[in-house]
Design a binder for this molecule. Structure first.
Ligand code: C2O
Ligand code: CU
Ligand code: CU
Length: 535
């Protein structure tokens, strides 16, 4: 058989043009298909939004069975060394803790498996804390609210490697206050705090005239209330993640107070002082009581208020503290709640915990209550940094995960402040969701919130302040001690996911006329010389 060429007709048939009629483009049919697809998409989006909307609000009011006695962290033991310093020991360790009744979770704690003891010291005392790291990661311990040298601050520049011990030492030189301590390793703070590394640090001032007339017996009528939200998996492990649709961070569905789930407190005195600390990673609380009774707000971050503020609510964003005194009647029960907090942001607020409410702690009054003196009318001197012609010295724009358009850089000094100066800082939240703003080293005075005088609960010394969407707060700060051109303090958003993502900056305090020095990025192990702009 010889190969013969295919007949011409076959060749031609391979050309579609001469085969079956061409498929006609039918615009209407395509439009219809597109429309159906679009419709499906829209229905899907609506379903997702409805689902997110309805599943996102958490409400535990009336649903908490207060079956466990509130754990009160022990007061840390201390010794006085040869130099007259009060020395504490804190060991960061890992372990398992029964947070949810009947199950255990992997946790971290100081001198225990979850949270840490309460440190307590007096104004004028010199203290030292021996911090040993027995967890498997480098950590730090920062003294939130404390006025102290930058190299003792426990920020990201003072890492403690596994197995190491670090012993910061300083003199307590500020009014009586409820401070706290927690890790601050750059990029890992949320994880370390969530795992359980945190504790309270109470400062006393023997010269404070109000001190003796306020409830002050630790664990009896003066109670630490460390509030944290958690999310638990079925096997009892803490779930890091929670829901964070709104972008402000992890929000849990369960509340722990001092690590206790469903806690109650036996009250034995007419008045009880609660030292409220929002030690959550992202959640904002608006504390009040189940019967809406009024209470006295006597102190905030940096110490006692000028005078007690009588109110039914106190709002705390992460890192903030408030001391309240509540009056009880014999035999009654009342529940400390968190009501839906006004975080701003309209409908978006719902995705950032703005619709959530919780039963937090039940107070059970004994049939006979020991008498307590009334709360004094005046408590402490008011902050006095307010100057008539204060112009703005520095501006901080909060947006996304950046401050002034920059993410945290361990080797960059953002601001240089001169020793002895009093400055006005203006903080503007440019986002559609809330942030807050925390400054190390000093307590500040809130001058205004969106141009208006601050509400009375913001009239005392503060170190952390909520900034609602679109608003501006003005702060006055005085830098009186501890110049160190080479060791920065931090300022940052205390929503820990934001902080870790870079919403933080660094400032140094320098001698008048001096320039910022050299900062090392310990994490990367290299040194960069940065000339921060002297102000
Ligand atoms: Cu409580 Cu810089 O932190
Ligand atoms: Cu701090
Ligand atoms: Cu933030």
């Amino acid at each position: 058989m010889s190969e013969c060429p295919p007949p011409a007709s076959l060749v031609r048939m391979t050309y579609p043009s001469s085969a079956a009629p061409p498929r006609r483009f039918r615009p209407l049919r395509w439009l219809f298909r597109l429309f159906v697809l679009f419709l499906l998409f829209v229905v899907g989006v609506i379903a997702a939004v409805v689902w997110a909307w309805s599943s996102t609000a958490v409400d535990t009011v009336g649903e908490v069975n207060f079956a466990r006695r509130l754990h009160v962290p022990p007061l840390a033991e201390s010794r006085v060394d040869r130099d007259g310093r009060r020395v504490f020991e804190l060991t960061a360790q890992s372990g398992r803790t029964e947070l949810l009744p009947g199950t255990t979770s992997d946790t971290w704690g100081f001198n225990g498996t979850y949270l840490g003891p309460t440190l307590r010291a007096e104004r004028g005392e010199r203290v030292a804390v021996e911090i040993t790291n027995e967890i498997e990661e480098t950590t730090t311990v920062h003294w939130h609210g404390m006025h102290l040298p930058a190299e003792m601050d426990g920020g990201p520049h003072q890492p403690v490697a596994p197995g190491d011990t670090w012993t910061p030492t300083w003199e307590i030189d500020q009014p009586a206050a409820t401070l706290w301590y927690h890790p601050h390793p750059h990029g890992r703070t949320e994880h370390h705090v969530f795992r359980g590394l945190a504790g309270m640090f109470i400062l006393d001032d023997p010269d404070s005239p109000a001190a003796d007339r306020l409830p002050h017996e630790y664990g009896v009528d003066d109670i630490p209330v460390i509030v944290q939200d958690k999310s638990f998996a079925d096997d009892g492990e803490m779930r890091e993640g929670g829901h964070f649709l709104g972008g402000t961070g992890m929000l849990g569905e369960d509340i722990l107070v001092n690590g206790t789930f469903g806690p109650y407190l036996d009250v034995t005195t007419e008045r009880v002082r609660l030292r409220l600390l929002n030690a959550s990673t992202a959640r904002v609380y608006d504390f009040g009581f189940s019967d809406d009774r009024a209470f006295d707000i006597i102190g905030t971050d940096g110490g006692l208020l000028p005078e007690p503020v009588r109110d039914e609510r106190i709002l705390l964003s992460p890192g903030e503290r408030a001391e309240i005194v509540v009056t009880m009647r014999p035999g009654e029960e009342v529940t400390l709640r968190s009501y839906p907090p006004d975080v701003g942001g309209g409908l978006l607020a719902r995705f950032n915990g703005g619709s959530d409410q919780f039963d937090v702690l039940q107070l059970r009054a004994a049939a006979d209550l020991a008498p307590s003196p009334p709360v004094p009318d005046t408590l402490a001197p008011a902050p006095d940094l307010d100057t008539d012609d204060a112009g703005v010295d520095r501006r901080f724009e909060l947006s996304g995960r950046k401050i002034n358009g920059l993410k945290m850089d361990m080797s960059r000094i953002d601001e240089t402040v001169e020793l002895g100066s009093t400055e006005v800082w203006e903080v503007h939240n440019r986002d559609g969701t809330h942030h807050n703003f925390h400054v190390h080293d000093v307590q500040f005075q809130v001058l205004s919130v969106d141009g208006a005088p601050p509400p009375p609960e913001l009239a005392g010394w503060k170190d952390t302040v909520l900034t609602r969407p679109g608003t501006t707060v003005r702060l006055a700060l005085r830098f009186t001690d501890y110049a160190d051109a080479d060791t920065p303090y931090m300022f940052h958003c205390h929503l820990l996911m934001h902080e870790d993502a870079g919403m933080m900056g660094q400032f140094v305090v320098v001698e008048p006329g001096a320039r910022a020095g050299t900062v090392e990025d310990e994490a990367l192990g290299h040194t960069t010389h940065v000339a921060g702009h002297a102000h």
